[in-house]
Unconditional design. Sequence first.
Length: 121
Amino acid sequence: MPPKQQQKGKDSGKSKTSQKKPTSGGGKAKKKKWSKGKVRDKLNNLILFDKATYDKLYKEVPSYKLITPSVVSERLKIRVSLARAALKELLAKNMIKEVEKHHSQLIYTRNTKGADDSAEK
């Protein structure tokens, strides 16, 4: 049997496409495009207490189990610096108890009346 001869019209098209596949990377996934970052809403927290928020501070905050400036800030919609000052005031009036004091994080808890009496004796 004589060797088969290639036909120029049909095979030339196939060889070009077969040559392009390895250069394009084969079965790789498409490159990921940059996603648009999440946009945070501007917090419009109070910088000074109004009467309603001040009353809420004295009424609700001493009953929280975990009291930190960030928790108070988030719940009362006040600035963290204002929350820190408010917690110092509550601590001075013995309405809350200090758990841990670190230079950057203050942790308080509610004042349990039974535990304070036994600790003082």
